[in-house]
Design a protein. Structure first.
Lengths: 187, 698, 163
């Protein structure tokens, strides 16, 4: 009897150690995840996937005409919607990847909180990958999409369902790992 | 040359730390007096090495030696000398060196001021400090070397960020780190006690001053950080429950619990396991906080540059120190024998309640801070835990604690009755009730009114405690005065510290009633806020050394006379293209009037005006708390200390049991009866004649 | 912007460490709603919504562009008569639970919200167990024998002539 209580007491004394080890293991996992890229404590993880495209009707952004959500949903093939801005440095870097990508699927661009002339200059400079182009001057449409910055890209299935989303620039790695598999699923 | 000297000194300190870690422990185990006596010398040697390294870094910074990478990254020729020196600890490498320096100071302090400690215990304490110091010095040398060279040396440094040149920011880290690192000494005492397998009243007495000193420094550090946020950020915020702020609050909470627990160990030899665990836990929280801030795991405004590689090293260091100490605790703590029995309603019981509440608040804040990364890791759920959560969960735990703090110190030891104590507090209760009614009527909000009443209750309770000790009203005034002069400073310090908490709470209540207005006006226009008339007299341009400033003049009047003239400004630093805002604050220590200058367009000036009632009381309260702690440290008993262990005839019935610490009831707390605690026999077992002991202690 | 390349992010983080100021433009009074009660309600809602790009500030406290836009959205919805819960739900639908500074109360956050009670219970239990253990380990004093009892009575009597 006394042995049982002594045993229980010893186990209780081990509890702080056990808790510390568990927490330490958690931190270790987090650090490893941060190094490999699969764990990002700063990522918002906006719940875009599975949502319908929000209703919008955006004005034209030269050199393109504007477009609306109705037009987007009516497309018979998948479309990539890309939010960008001329004042955004990673958008420049993303530009070349987008040009290559535009051969596989249509990319529709939305200029986020940008002056029309600046956006036009940006698009012509990088060689436009955009089949359609619209301007979201106020940023309100972007909020409807759950956008928190630029660049962000959304893969829209025919019918207007968002099937994939990236809150960052597209490059070869993310296209290979994320976009192409999602595209294949829609095929 | 000088950086090399500094680097060498740091490496030397690391080697001395290794010796400091190993030799005294070996000596303690073997009983070798020479090895034991080497501990203080090694600690002092390590401090010398660290001081040299720090001075070398300071000289490099002061002389603009940009071949040192740290100086090149964080300093510049045009930086004022004050910020060149204080900027040493404003970056990762320098702050780690500061950590090591303070660790060295702690070791040397134990060597210098711990002469009253038994040599073996002191040697073990210094050894444990050596282990921790060695770990941090290795970390510094291998991953965060402040003496890294840069070749070819640039002509000017890139550290001319005007945002970081601020006096509050300059002095916040050393004070805060003194608090964090200061808790390494109670930690070392706990580990040494676990090694020895014994915790007794003497240990409690020795640990407490170190814990109080670290606690007072941490209190000042946190208050300074809060005050800095307030006058710099521009919207009157002072506490955001930001993860880094929480990381500083956690050791403060357990440190407060530790300071109180140690009293019970000293007076009653009870709560030993709890106190040892708190000592280990407080330092563990300090270390973990340092890790979290630098690892990038926390989503915080304050984080240092994220570097997971460094995070791995610190995590390994943490694992060894915290894991090792908790394992030692699990192994040796059951051997600590419980001491004096007490009824749940007694001063010990009140201190246990205090511990439970403080540790619960700590658990809540810890859970809230760590929940987002862990939820993301384990469930893939992304969520945020912010101010609304912490306010909703921590405050309901704090309020009962404030209520109990007023009468807790007045309860007698071992067995108490609530009624007599509450009777003594009748006028405090009356005052609190009046405060509650007043606040309820003028504020019309429940929580602030309740908090205000509790704060008044606290302050009045502390006053009642002191008044009772000097028998105010019951004996002649002159006698009371004489008693007051003879009061042990620890008792006065404790009452003052508790009153300080009340002052801070009143400040918080006042700030909950802060009002502000955002206005867009032209020069000459006035607005009304908080019963004052705020007039924008004009905005002028003033050039500075490396900036251009737009300075507004705001006159505040109450209708009859000018109360204040404020000069908020916006500085545009031409080189960096940055703009900073200088808040203008007028304080009469009761209310702060606060103005921020914003954009100007078309002759209209956007201004943000605040009325912050009782804002200064928040930090004044913290100062009062720290002052109380400091006063407690200057107590005669701390300076005199416990006598050395003398050989005691085994089984002497009356000797050990008559530890006069047990007779320390409030009314008798005078120097005449205050003889130092007598030694206990070497074996930590119940007193030989329990029945007799019970009668004497009762 | 949090999407800059790693080096740029590092520099920005260094710039923003400990001094999150930058160009602290003050809020524009034109943002505020005309109706003070609505404005107060909007501020209360805003205090619960996290600024997504600022690290641990609410949209009311932050000067970021996105925060300003979100404030505008909140005020539009408040002026349109939506309840607090509806506005927050609208935000959560688009940004997930990350935007809520007050975490939702569901199965995943049970430990979080239950922690105050849990900690109190754990502390109370530990204290009770410790107290019971200490009480048990202390041997009760042996009852007094008849002779000892008599001696005690004798001692307790006030003696004649003593002070």
């Amino acid at each position: 009897m006394a042995d049982g209580t002594a045993r229980r007491r010893q186990l209780l004394m081990l509890a702080p150690f056990g808790a510390a080890i568990a927490v330490g293991a958690g931190f270790w996992e987090m650090l490893a995840g941060m190094n490999s890229g699969r764990f990002d404590p700063h990522d918002i993880h906006a719940p875009a996937q599975g949502r319908r495209v929000p209703a919008f009707d955006l004005p034209a952004q030269p050199p393109g005409q504007g477009f609306s959500s109705a037009e987007l949903s009516a497309q018979r093939q998948p479309v990539l919607v890309n939010f960008f801005a001329s004042w955004c440095v990673p958008c420049v870097v993303e530009g070349s990847a987008l040009v290559g990508l535009s051969r596989r699927l249509p990319i529709w661009g939305i200029a986020y909180k940008d002056k029309p002339a600046d956006a036009q200059g940006f698009v012509s400079r990088t060689g436009s990958p955009y089949r359609r182009l619209a301007a979201d001057r106020s940023g309100m449409t972007a909020i409807d999409w759950g956008v928190s910055g630029v660049p962000e890209s959304f893969l829209i299935a025919p019918g207007g369902l968002i099937t994939w989303h990236i809150a960052g620039p597209l490059d070869e790695g993310t296209i290979e790992a994320g976009l192409l598999p999602a595209l294949r699923k829609l095929a | 040359m000088i950086p090399e000297l500094g680097h060498f000194a740091l490496a030397l300190a690391c080697c001395l730390a290794l010796a400091q870690a190993v030799l005294p422990l070996v000596g303690a185990r073997r009983g070798s007096a020479r090895l034991i006596a080497s501990a203080p010398a090694l600690a002092l040697g390590q401090l010398l090495g660290l001081l040299t390294a720090f001075v070398c870094l300071a000289i490099s910074a002061a002389t603009d030696d940009f071949s040192v990478r740290n100086v090149a990254d964080n300093s510049a020729v045009a930086k004022p000398m004050l910020y060149k020196i204080t900027g040493i600890w404003g970056n990762h490498e320098g702050s780690i060196l500061l950590w090591c320096l303070i660790l060295g100071l702690c070791g040397a302090a134990v060597a210098a001021f711990g002469r009253n400690l038994p040599a073996v215990l002191r040697a073990r304490v210094i050894a444990v400090l050596g282990i921790v110091a060695m770990g941090w010095e290795l970390f510094c040398l291998t991953t965060s070397d402040p003496f890294d060279r840069l070749w070819p040396a640039p002509l000017d440094g890139s550290g001319m960020n005007p945002l970081l040149q601020d006096p509050g920011l300059a002095f916040h880290p050393p004070i805060l780190y003194t608090g964090y690192v200061g808790f390494s000494v109670p930690f070392a005492f706990a580990i040494a006690a676990l090694f020895e397998g014994r915790v007794d009243a003497a240990w409690g007495r020795w640990v407490r001053p170190w814990a109080v000193a670290a606690w007072a420094a941490l209190t000042c550090g946190i208050a300074l950080g809060s005050w800095w946020s307030y006058y710099v950020l521009g919207w009157g915020g002072y506490w955001f429950w930001d993860p880094v702020e929480n990381a500083s609050l956690l050791p403060w909470l357990t440190g407060t619990a530790l300071v109180h627990s140690a009293i019970v160990v000293e007076k009653r030899e009870a709560l030993k396991i709890w106190t040892v665990l708190l000592a280990i836990g407080t330092f563990s929280l300090s270390l973990s906080g340092t890790f979290l801030v630098r690892s990038g795991i926390l989503n915080s405004v304050h984080s240092f540059a994220n570097d997971p590689a460094r995070g791995v090293f610190i995590l390994a260091l943490l694992g060894l120190v915290i894991g090792g100490s908790l394992l030692l605790f699990a192994w040796r703590a059951p051997k600590l024998v419980a001491g004096g029995l007490f009824s749940p309603l007694s001063r010990e019981g009140a201190l246990v309640l205090n511990n439970i509440l403080l540790c619960s608040i700590c658990a809540v804040v810890l859970t809230g801070t760590m929940y987002p990364p862990f939820a993301s890791l384990l469930f893939g759920a992304t969520l945020s835990v912010g101010k609304p959560f912490f306010d909703a969960t921590a405050i309901p735990l704090a309020l009962p604690m404030f209520a109990a703090m007023a009468f807790g110190p007045m309860l007698p030891w071992k067995r108490a009755q609530l009624a007599p104590v509450l009777m003594r507090l009748w006028w405090a209760a009356l005052l609190a009730l009046a405060a509650a009614l007043f606040a309820a009527f003028s504020l019309r909000q429940l929580m602030p009114a309740a908090a205000f009443a509790l704060a008044v209750w606290l302050i009045a309770g502390a006053a009642t405690d002191l008044a009772g000790r000097v028998q105010l009203g019951r004996v002649a005034l002159r006698q009371s005065w004489r008693r007051a002069r003879a009061l042990p400073r620890a008792a006065v310090g404790a009452a003052i510290a508790h009153a300080g908490v009340g002052v801070t709470v009143i400040g918080l209540v006042g700030m909950s009633q802060a009002t502000h207005r955002i206005v867009e006006i032209t020069p000459g226009q006035s607005v009304q806020l908080a019963g004052y008339r705020w007039t924008l007299d004009g905005v002028s341009t003033r050039p500075g050394p490396n900036y251009t400033a737009r300075v507004a003049t705001v006159t505040i009047s109450d209708g009859h006379r000018t109360v204040a003239v404020l000069h908020p400004s916006r500085r545009t630093f031409t080189l960096q293209g940055q703009t900073t805002s200088d808040v203008a604050i007028h304080t009469n220590l009761i209310t702060d009037l606060y103005a921020v200058l914003g954009d100007e367009h078309g002759g209209h000036v956007v201004m943000r005006l605040h009325d912050n009632p009782l804002a200064p009381w928040m930090w004044l309260g913290a100062l009062v708390m720290a002052f109380g702690g400091g006063l407690s440290l200057s107590d005669r008993r701390v300076r005199v200390g416990a006598p050395r262990r003398a050989a005691q005839p085994a089984g002497a019935p009356g000797g050990p049991a008559l530890g006069t610490a047990a007779l320390d009831t409030p009314a008798l707390d005078t120097p005449a009866l205050d003889t130092p605690a007598l030694d206990r026999p070497a074996v930590d077992s119940p007193a030989p004649v329990p029945a007799l002991a019970e009668i004497h202690h009762g | 912007m949090r999407r800059l390349g790693p080096l740029l992010a590092l520099v920005l983080t260094l710039v923003l460490t400990l001094a999150p100021l930058g160009a602290r433009a003050v809020d524009d009074p034109s943002e505020m709603l005309a109706n003070p009660q609505q404005e107060a309600r909007a501020e209360r809602i805003g205090a619960q919504l996290r600024c997504l790009v600022c690290q641990n500030e609410s949209i009311e406290d932050s000067q970021a562009d996105l925060a300003r836009d979100l404030r505008r959205v909140v005020r539009e919805h408040v002026a349109a008569g939506q309840s607090n819960r509806q506005v927050i739900a609208w935000m959560v639908q688009r940004y997930g639970n990350f935007i809520r500074l007050r975490p939702p109360f569901d199965l995943a956050t049970l430990l979080l919200w239950g922690m105050p009670l849990l900690a109190l219970l754990a502390g109370g239990t530990a204290a009770a167990l410790g107290w019971r253990r200490a009480a048990a380990s202390r041997p009760a004093p042996a009852p007094l024998s008849a002779a000892e009892h008599d001696r005690l009575q004798e001692l307790m009597q006030p003696r004649a002539g003593s002070g």
